[in-house]
Design a protein around this ligand. Structure first.
Ligand code: MSP
Length: 673
């Protein structure tokens, strides 16, 4: 039985120029939407823009146009990019849509009538760039703890959503619904936060005098609602005026009117909200408690993905290293970029973007593995069977192995995509790519073609590779829709690949003998690593410059010789890094930091190290452990505490960090190398 699938991306600040981070979330949602459509589900895929707030008002003022006009112009950047990236969103919500504004006002009024909102005097430190208030104790050296910029003290009356009363209910909900917040280590982070802090009430208004560009509060015309309250409600308001009225390709259901009503009841709750790790708290805490107050069921899943860094550094306008998805699509194609983003790094962890890694994936996985498989198979059918798929003869062990592998893929992909493990899904599909390539090598059709006695055997082999390709097309369609449609057509298959039903098409043997195929150009042209500019160009910009987590991922393994060459260092480079064993003598948490611990480590002398491992280790678990320390790192201050070195760690299978240690006992201060 097929069901419904409602997936969302965050709504992007309209002031931003779209960068690779925005593309990442949106493509993830697109893969899920496309996949669920193929499964026969009714899909609602929502994305959009967040258009209210001080920054939009200011930017419009600087341009001498109205905020709405400014937003109308900026929104084009997103819609144009989504087209280029082959995004199939069913709707695009803008928080300036009249129907959204009305819904927000209706909900505000309802919560006010029910006593879920209160008016109170308010004093706080305000960070304008982040549009967030902080308490005195939150501040780090007098500045915003999130972005480090200056804050201003503001005193005024405001409206508060009484969030604090939902703290226990929220903790209980997260505990009893382990699939609600994913990945697991992020759920632990949210739980840790809720356990260690008393939840306050949420300030949801701004006086119009200070900010006029917002949704007016219906019961007090002197105020507008604060951006997050307005923004989060987009997920709900869209179900009331933007959601598809019938299932994808099911006009009979529309006729039955069972599908949709003006309250959006069919679509609620969302099946999956995809967000970046930086906005998990606003969703997991603000949004969840808002829904509790509204008496609405919570979304089924809130998935926080990691961030892309560039050559190990955070992306920022000032560094000039912001990756422009437009430029990447123009240079390498939408499908290649989509593939890279989801093959390279597990969704949920941070990843390192580099052109050499992208080009390495294109050359190795796409051009060599998949592209060659397709062109060899099609060329041989054209050459040996006049472009017509032959009837297969009897099936041997090699064919039954290939068939078993091909038929096992859809279940693996279903399981992986159900958990948003995009890279696992691609790895599983690649098992079929590899086996089909091996099958060609083992059966050597070019030899069979020389021997008239092998005619039937050659028919079997050619049929089997063509059928493998058809099944690859189906499984890869959500990831690389354009090239898979192209391959589908070359395989003589009619119509749109996006319209097929996965179940109907997943069995081996559906390809009809007699089908006429065509050769065509290489599906994925190779990237010449010598002539291609492997730098991230500096002409792209993005106006967002948020802090990236301290947790840097190790440089991903780059397949292929040429891409590795880009990454090589000399022994002299390596010798610059001084690594020693260290014994942990003391460990304690750092007030106000969820991630950091302060350690005393014996590396021959006792040194203080601030390590970002609090989410993975409790202080007592660390005492006496022998770890590996970078001892010649220039000291740095974190949360005002000097760190004299760095511990080495890797991402563990549990999603947290695992410290590197020694296999046998070793004295503190021993040189590693
Ligand atoms: N407007 C809010 C969201 C409101 S949702 C009700 C917002 N917008 S945003 O434009 O700043 O960010 C949108 C998304 O981009 C976030 O999920 C964020 O995590 C993501 N990314 C921003 N930089 C990123 C990377 N460098 N890498 C991956 N994703 C990143 O926040």
């Amino acid at each position: 039985m097929s069901g419904k699938f409602y997936v969302t991306t965050p709504i992007y600040y309209v002031n931003d120029i779209p960068h690779i981070g925005h593309a990442y979330t949106t493509v993830a949602a697109d893969i899920l939407a496309r996949y669920n459509r193929l499964c026969g589900d009714d899909v609602f895929f929502l994305t959009g823009t967040d258009e209210h707030g001080q920054k939009v008002e200011e930017a419009a003022g600087n341009r001498g146009i109205s905020p709405k006009k400014h937003a109308d112009l900026m929104v084009e950047n997103f819609s144009a990019l989504w087209k280029k990236l082959l995004i199939t969103n069913d709707a695009f919500i803008r928080t300036t849509d009249e129907a959204h504004v009305r819904t927000v006002q209706g909900i505000l009024q309802m919560l006010w009538d029910r006593g879920e909102i209160e008016r109170r005097p308010w004093k706080g430190w305000y960070c304008t760039p982040d549009e967030r208030f902080w308490t005195e104790t939150d501040l780090v050296e007098g500045n915003c703890p999130d972005c480090g910029r200056a804050v201003e003290l503001i005193e005024e009356e405001n409206y508060f959503f009484l969030m604090s009363k939902y703290q226990d209910r929220l903790m209980n909900y997260i505990k009893t619904n382990p699939e609600y917040i994913l990945p697991e280590f992020r759920r632990n982070e949210v739980m840790g936060f809720l356990k260690s802090q008393t939840l306050g009430d949420l300030c949801i208004s701004r006086p119009k005098l200070r900010l006029s560009w917002g949704v007016p509060i219906p019961f007090d015309e002197k105020f507008v609602t604060y951006v997050w309250f307005d923004a989060l409600l987009n997920y709900f308001s869209a179900t009331r005026y933007l959601a598809p009225k019938s299932g994808h390709g099911h006009p009979e259901k529309e006729a039955a009117k069972a599908y949709y009503n003006s309250k959006g009841e069919f679509w609620w709750p969302p099946d999956c909200h995809i967000v970046g790790k930086d906005i998990l708290t606003t969703h997991a805490v603000y949004w969840s408690t808002m829904l509790m107050a509204m008496n609405l069921p919570l979304p089924k899943c809130l998935f926080a993905h990691g961030w892309w860094t560039v050559e190990g550094k955070k992306m920022s306008k000032s560094r000039g290293n912001v990756v422009s998805p437009n430029e990447m699509v123009e240079r390498f194609g939408a499908d290649a970029l989509r593939y890279f983003l989801f093959r390279e790094v597990p969704f949920g962890l941070d990843g390192n973007f580099s052109i050499s890694a992208l080009a390495g994936r294109i050359n190795n996985d796409l051009a060599n593995d998949l592209g060659n498989l397709a062109s060899r198979a099609l060329n041989m059918i054209v050459r040996y069977r006049n472009a017509t798929v032959p009837s297969p003869g009897p099936e041997g062990k090699k064919e039954s192995d290939l068939k078993a592998m091909a038929e096992s893929i859809p279940d693996l992909v279903k399981n992986d995509l159900g958990k948003l493990r995009f890279n696992n899904a691609l790895e599983n599909i690649w098992k079929l790519v590899s086996l089909a390539n091996k099958y060609i090598e083992d059966t050597a059709p070019w030899k069979l073609a020389k021997n008239p006695g092998d005619t039937e055997r050659l028919n079997t082999v050619l049929y089997s590779v063509a059928e493998s390709l058809r099944l690859l097309c189906i499984n890869l369609a959500p990831f690389m829709p354009e090239s898979m449609q192209n391959l589908w057509t070359r395989l003589g298959q009619e119509g749109e690949l996006s319209q097929i039903n996965l179940d109907d098409q997943s069995k081996w043997g559906i390809l009809r003998p007699g089908t006429v195929v065509t050769k065509g150009e290489p599906l994925f042209p190779r990237i010449d690593m010598k002539t291609n500019n492997l730098n991230i160009s500096n002409n792209s910009t993005a106006s967002k410059d948020k802090e990236v987590s301290n947790r840097k991922q190790a440089e991903s393994h780059l397949p292929g010789d040429d891409s590795k060459a880009d990454n090589l260092i000399t022994i002299a480079d390596f010798a610059k890094v001084e690594l020693k064993t260290g014994k942990i003598l003391a460990a304690e948490s750092i007030k106000k930091s969820k991630k950091l611990l302060r350690l005393d480590v014996d590396t021959g002398e006792t040194r203080q190290i601030v390590a970002g491992i609090a989410m993975s280790y409790s202080p007592e678990k660390l005492l006496g452990k022998t770890v590996i320390v970078v001892t010649n790192l220039a000291p740095a201050k974190l949360f005002g505490i000097e760190s004299q070195g760095m511990l080495l760690a890797v991402p563990g299978n549990d999603g947290g960090l695992t410290l590197l240690t020694t296999d046998k006992d070793a004295a503190p201060g021993a040189k590693v190398g």
